[in-house]
Design a binder for this molecule. Structure first.
Ligand code: PGA
Length: 255
């Protein structure tokens, strides 16, 4: 059985006081939900205070990116040991915005995954096709290449620590959700790929989140699909009511 996992990607939003207001509200609304794993991923500078504010609730904290070296002359970067010490449990890696605007590639995502695992962080690895790729019928080929590159050289034990987030780029922040059938098709492909690459047990254990305009209203439809094990939520994670609504709607859906 895979436990559903709902993560909020706050992107470049929320000052420290705003982040604390949001996490305190979530703690009140869903802090004791046990059926679903919950994470919030604030801007790096807010990590420590947000992590403190989660207290002993079931809300965990994640970063949105790391560099693969631990320390050194890498101005402006953060690293796995630094976010770990600040209280991060998870780290989002390879988000399409990082791939699009900040040069992340399958190869650098692979290095970042290895750095995260070395420091016992749990990576949430994002993959997904652009509209152009989908319209050209290349979705599956793109996803396969992203999986092969991002997960190259990892062991089954390492893969067990990973969550995959399938996020069609055309559905991110656009209000255009993939239909549950479109999402399920790609999720099933990813699970099949995991089976071939790492075996049936691993493929059965890895959680694959869907991301792209998830909101409370479409949560049940998407998460009821057999291979959709949660959601990575952007816009709707920035308000207590909308993020808590997604989590509450996910409770009770079984894999
Ligand atoms: P969205 O973003 O929910 O605002 O579409 C999802 C994401 O980018 O992770």
């Amino acid at each position: 059985m895979r436990k559903l996992f709902i993560a909020g990607n706050w992107k470049l939003n929320k000052t420290i006081p705003e982040a604390l207001e949001l996490v305190n509200g979530l703690r009140r609304e869903v802090g004791d939900v046990e059926e679903v794993d919950i994470a919030v991923c604030p801007v790096a500078v807010c990590l420590a205070e947000v992590a403190d504010a989660t207290g002993d609730s079931n809300i965990k904290v994640g970063a949105q990116n790391i560099y693969w070296e631990d320390t050194g002359a890498f101005t402006g970067e953060v690293s796995a040991p630094i976010i770990k010490e600040a209280g991060a449990v998870y780290v989002i890696l390879g988000h399409s915005e990082r791939r699009q605007f900040f040069g992340d590639t399958n190869e650098t995502v692979n290095k970042k995954i290895k750095a995260a695992l070395k420091h016992d962080l749990l990576p949430i690895v994002c993959i997904g096709e652009s509209l152009e790729e989908r319209e050209a019928g290349k979705t599956i080929a793109v996803i396969q290449k992203q999986c092969e590159g991002s997960f190259a050289g990892l062991t089954v034990e390492e893969m067990e620590k990973i969550t995959i987030a399938y996020e069609p780029i055309w559905a991110i922040g656009t209000g255009k959700t993939a239909t549950s059938a479109q999402a399920q098709e790609v999720h099933a492909f990813i699970r099949g790929w995991l089976k071939k690459a790492f075996g049936a047990d691993l493929a059965n254990d890895v959680r694959i989140q869907y991301g792209g305009s998830v909101k409370a209203e479409n949560t049940v439809e998407l998460l009821s699909q057999p291979d959709i094990d949660g959601a990575l939520v952007g816009g709707a994670s920035l308000k207590v009511d909308s993020f808590a609504g997604i989590i509450k709607n996910a409770v009770g859906i079984k894999k």
